[in-house]
Structures are given as structure tokens and as C-alpha cells.
Write a protein that binds this ligand. Structure first.
Ligand code: NDP
Length: 331
């Protein structure tokens, strides 16, 4: 048996003061009744983790719940024939930290169908340097490629210095795109150039009320920001282009959006969801990451922080202050 007496986890619970995240000692009997027991080595910090831990609204739809949208580690026990002890695995999404217990813990039980094998090219730490944010970037690039955007197209990435954005810049450059990075942090230009950005747009230039159709500037875009930025980006995509939209850091609404880019320029808005993405899309995204993202690049865009610092880091990511990716060491 692989019993462990107790381990620390960051647990979200409903209290008289609303939903709060607190460290607790758990045992295996506190874990859900799923078929695969994973020894978690690393989790990660995503914008959604910030919302769950430090956001103004209730995000967890079932409590108590271990927070953390991602986990990477090694299978300890499995009653499912697809997985055996020693398998290196990653889980992204599937409601972790919203409806299912997540990755801010040393041990977790998960459903077998949630697991993806970590590609040989990556360590468990690398897998969490990618995490939901990076895997979503790969889903966006895959969506644009499936739509027919050419690999040498000029591609804009919004929220470029964040988690989704920085990995999208690296993946898009590796695929052959000329990458334009939109960021509100000029101090990240060197960092983004090293990842493959050729030029920059100040994010303020893309915000506020714009024209229904602007000057055609880019063939395609990966948008992690939403709001007026997404509206303005759509209005400046060249004829026949597409935008893969996955985020809402500016806003979930699209103020003053019109159909003009879509009906006069045939521009497509491709929605990208990582949480419930089916297994073939996940495998394809991880194949792209293994092919196009060397571990050295992951090292340059990520840092490792202890689980005890997650509450502070949650505030930072909501304030737009986190550069690249944060890996969370749960050991
Ligand atoms: P990060 O905080 O790491 O990155 C977000 C970036 O957005 C920031 O770094 C900043 O980039 C930019 N930004 C922040 N606030 C604003 C603002 N008010 N206006 C314009 N730009 C802003 O978050 P993640 O990369 O983890 O996530 C990005 C988004 O993608 C989130 O909304 C998240 O919920 C969403 N997401 C969606 C998924 C899906 O399945 N659809 C999966 C994963 C993430 P800069 O400093 O360069 O300007």
C-alpha cells in the first residue's frame, strides 16, 4: 500500500466570510473516490487559479475542494488498465478547482480519462511550466492551423507577457509565423523577443471604442484578453483571416462589436476551450508542445514557487503582474 499519514493542500471552502482558500492537512480518506491515485510533484498558477483563490466571486461550485487547475506527477495506484504505477501523467482542466478537487496537494485521485501521458521530452516540472495556459496556447495554434491559416502568416498575440501569451509567442514563432506581441509591459520586450516576437504593439492601442473595420494589419491572432481588445483585433484582421479567442483578462464582454469583420472580410472567430476539450485535441496540443517547445525555452519563461506562496501569487496574477508561467512545487 502507498498510504501516507497526512499531506498539506490548499482547500477552498464556504465560510461566513464567503469562499476562502486555506491550507489544511489531508489524508487519503479526504480524496475523491476516483480510480487513479497520483503522487503530485508540481502544479501551476493560471489566471483561473487566481480567480478561485483571490477573486471577488465564488468560483468553486462544490466545496470543500482542493484548488489548482493543473497537476503533474506519477501514478501510485490504478484500478484502470490504461494506467499503471510509475506512469508520468498530467491533468489539465476537467473542472479541477471548480467542480473537482485539483492539484494544490501532494496526492490526488483522478478519473483515468482525464490523464495525458507526459511526453518523453518533458519533466513533470516542464509539464507544469506549460500547464493549462500553455496547453491552451497549443489548442489555439492548432485551431488556426485547422482553419487554414498558413504557417508563414503574420500573427498577433494579445496578453503576450502572460502565461497563455508567452507560450503562444514561442509556439507561433516555432511554427514559422511572424509574431507581433501586444503587451502593456514594455519591460517585457526583451523577454518576448527571445521567445520569438518580431515586433510589438502597445496594448492600449487596441483598447477602447474603435472602427467597425480598421486597417488590415494581421492575418491571424491568438487572443487571451477579450473585451474591446478582441473587438478591435477582429476589425484589423486581413481578409479571410481568423482569431483564436480563449481569454477574458480585459473583459468577458465585447463592447460595440459588429458583424462587419465577419461578413465583409470573412474573418472567423474561433472559440477555444481547454477544460472539456476531448482527448484527441489534447493529444494533438501536447504533440505540438513536445515538438516546438524546447525545455530550455520553458526554463526561460517559468519559475518555481512553493505551494505556501500561492495565495500571494494569486493576487499578483489577477493584477496582471506575473510574467510567463509560475510552476508550483507541492512537495
Ligand atoms: P496571465 O495573467 O498570465 O496573462 C494575462 C495577460 O493579459 C497579462 O499578462 C497581461 O498581458 C494581459 N492583461 C491583463 N489585464 C489586462 C487588461 N485589463 N487589459 C488588457 N490586457 C490585460 O493569465 P493566463 O495567461 O493564465 O490566462 C489568460 C486568459 O486566458 C485568462 O482570461 C484565462 O482565464 C484564459 N484562459 C482560458 C482558457 C480556456 O480554456 N479558454 C485556458 C487558460 C486560460 P501584458 O502584460 O502582456 O499586457
Amino acid at each position: 500500500m502507498t498510504q501516507q499519514s497526512s499531506f498539506r493542500a490548499l482547500v477552498v471552502d464556504d465560510t461566513d466570510d464567503g469562499q476562502v482558500a486555506q491550507f489544511r492537512e489531508l489524508t487519503d480518506t479526504d480524496l475523491p473516490d476516483h480510480d487513479v491515485l497520483v503522487e503530485v510533484e508540481y502544479s501551476s498558477l493560471n489566471y483561473k487559479d487566481g480567480l478561485v483563490i483571490a477573486g471577488p466571486q465564488k468560483m468553486a461550485r462544490r466545496t470543500p475542494l482542493v484548488a489548482g487547475a493543473d497537476l503533474a506527477g506519477t501514478v501510485l495506484e490504478s484500478s484502470n488498465p490504461d494506467w499503471k504505477p510509475g506512469d508520468r501523467v498530467v491533468v489539465n482542466g476537467w473542472g479541477l478547482s471548480e467542480t473537482q478537487s485539483g492539484g494544490y496537494t501532494r496526492r490526488q485521485r483522478v478519473k483515468p480519462e482525464w490523464l495525458v501521458r507526459i511526453p518523453d521530452a518533458f519533466s513533470t516540472r516542464d509539464a507544469m511550466a506549460i500547464g493549462t495556459a500553455g496547453y491552451t496556447s497549443a489548442l489555439c495554434l492548432d485551431a488556426l492551423e485547422r482553419y487554414g491559416i498558413a504557417s508563414d502568416a503574420e500573427l498577433l498575440v494579445t496578453g503576450a507577457a502572460g502565461g497563455v501569451g508567452s507560450i503562444a509567442v514561442a509556439l507561433a514563432a516555432a511554427a514559422g509565423h511572424t509574431v507581433v506581441a501586444a503587451t502593456g509591459r514594455p519591460e517585457t520586450h526583451d523577454f518576448l523577443s527571445e521567445l520569438g516576437a518580431s515586433s510589438f504593439v502597445d496594448r492600449a492601442e487596441l483598447q477602447g471604442k474603435g472602427r467597425p473595420l480598421g486597417k488590415e494589419r494581421w492575418d491571424a491572432a491568438v487572443d487571451a484578453v477579450g473585451g474591446s481588445t478582441l473587438v478591435n483585433v477582429l476589425s484589423q484582421i486581413r481578409y479571410g483571416g481568423a482569431v483564436a479567442a480563449c481569454g477574458l483578462t480585459e473583459s468577458p464582454s465585447m463592447p460595440d462589436a459588429t458583424v462587419m469583420p465577419h461578413i465583409l472580410r470573412g474573418v472567423a472567430l474561433l472559440g477555444v476551450d481547454s477544460v472539456m476539450a476531448p482527448a484527441p485535441l489534447r493529444r494533438s496540443a501536447w504533440d505540438r508542445l513536445a515538438r516546438d517547445l524546447p525545455a530550455s525555452t520553458l526554463d526561460s519563461l517559468s519559475r518555481v514557487e512553493p505551494l505556501s506562496d500561492v495565495p500571494r501569487l494569486a493576487e499578483e496574477i489577477l493584477a496582471g503582474k506575473v510574467r510567463g508561467r509560475v510552476v508550483v512545487d507541492v512537495t
